[in-house]
Design a protein around this ligand. Structure first.
Ligand code: COI
Length: 367
């Protein structure tokens, strides 16, 4: 038998992996029937396409949830480990419940994710690149159903592809979206469902055309508190002398970010404080650094946060105003590096993910 894992393929320029869809060997699939109450055994399908009825609720009513997690090659390239898949398994169950889908059992999820990585192992990037295999599990209502009732059948599948980080590694300008609410106050904001993402597309595209690499949502009810970035969680860092406090939003409308949770653990291990609480928009100038944390994003340094048509911010050193905008700047113009807190957190996170540092929290699941 050939040794596992196989070396990375030489058909990809590993120095420039980027963040886009690439062909791999195939995906993992299983189907659930309400009649039997069971998931079919996991099956490898050597094809990126899914067979689905055109009247499936996934396509018509948005009955769909997904996950995002990553696998890395450890030093020496002969071991692959998946980062905290147990957390994603639990989060997928949370999302599925929101949209009336059966839970994927935790161990079944872990087996599926491991199988998807193992059967595409030659597409896990070389350790030295720091890049990862992005894993995208999905569950959706797949049998035909016209009425607004949960259908009889569901599909669970796991896709994988090699990627670099979303948003890159340089400080990114953020724009607050005030004309659009991501999640209703008692809505699906904490569920990782496609319906939370598609409505953002036109706003994030517009923001990108205006030079903003990332968009930020405030609470839908009052637009007074920070919720999350469209692609990732919000982290603000307060610094007083030598004391560092990370502040993360306590909101029922945000996704429970696995990366943010990991960053919070690391911060505590450095002796920093972590506060999970509501974050007023007017507090933004108090932060020394702001970061966006997510699986795809990893940890993105935020250069500045701009808001249109508001005069809510008190005049402070970090705040600048134009006739239409107010902007809080964290990274001075012309400086293109993450702040020191972001660097320390990211080095530690990547060190653990890539197996350069001890796995002191038990986060690496070997394939
Ligand atoms: C992830 O970070 O895994 C996500 O699902 C965010 C997505 C917009 C790429």
């Amino acid at each position: 038998m050939a040794p596992f894992p196989p070396p990375p393929v030489n058909t990809i320029d590993w120095s420039n992996v980027g963040f886009r869809v690439r062909e791999v060997n195939g995906h993992i699939e299983s189907h659930y029937s309400v009649k039997t109450g069971k998931w079919t055994p996991l099956r490898f399908v050597a094809d990126p396409y899914m067979r689905i009825h055109g009247m499936a609720p996934a396509l018509n009513y948005g009955q769909q949830a997904y996950e995002g997690l990553k696998a890395f090659r450890l030093p020496g390239n002969d071991t692959i480990a998946i980062f905290r898949p147990d957390r994603n398994a639990a989060r997928l169950q949370h999302s599925a419940e929101f949209i009336s889908m059966p839970p994927v059992p935790i161990d079944f999820f872990l087996d599926a994710v491991k199988a998807a990585v193992a059967l595409n192992a030659e597409y896990v990037p070389p350790h030295e690149t720091g890049a990862a295999m992005y894993i995208r599990p999905q569950v959706y209502g797949s049998s035909a159903q016209l009425g607004l009732n949960p259908p009889e059948e569901y599909t669970f599948c796991v896709f994988v592809l090699p990627t670099g980080v979303y948003h890159g590694t340089h400080p990114v300008k953020a724009l607050i979206l005030d004309d659009f609410d991501r999640a209703a106050p008692n809505g699906t904001g904490s569920a990782k469902v496609g319906g939370n993402y598609a409505p953002v597309l036109r706003w994030s595209e517009r923001a990108r055309n205006e030079g903003y690499g990332i968009t930020l949502h405030l609470d839908s009810k009052r637009h007074e508190e920070v919720d999350e970035f469209s692609t990732s969680g919000f982290i603000g860092a307060l610094v007083e002398g030598d004391a560092v406090t990370l502040v993360v939003p306590d909101s029922t409308a945000v996704i429970d970010s696995v990366t943010s949770d990991s960053i919070q653990h690391l911060a505590r291990s450095f002796g920093w404080k972590v506060e999970k609480r509501s974050i007023k928009y007017t507090e933004l100038p108090a932060f020394q650094e702001v970061m966006a944390a997510g699986t795809a994003a990893s940890l993105v340094p935020i250069r500045s946060i701009t808001r249109r048509k508001s005069a809510a911010l008190p005049a402070r050193p970090r705040v600048s105003f134009t006739s239409t905008d107010e902007t809080v700047t964290y990274t001075p113009d012309g400086y293109d590096h993450p702040g020191p807190l972001c660097v320390r957190l990211l080095d530690e996170l990547k060190g653990i993910q890539l197996g350069k540092l001890e796995d002191k929290f038990g986060w690496r699941f070997e394939v």
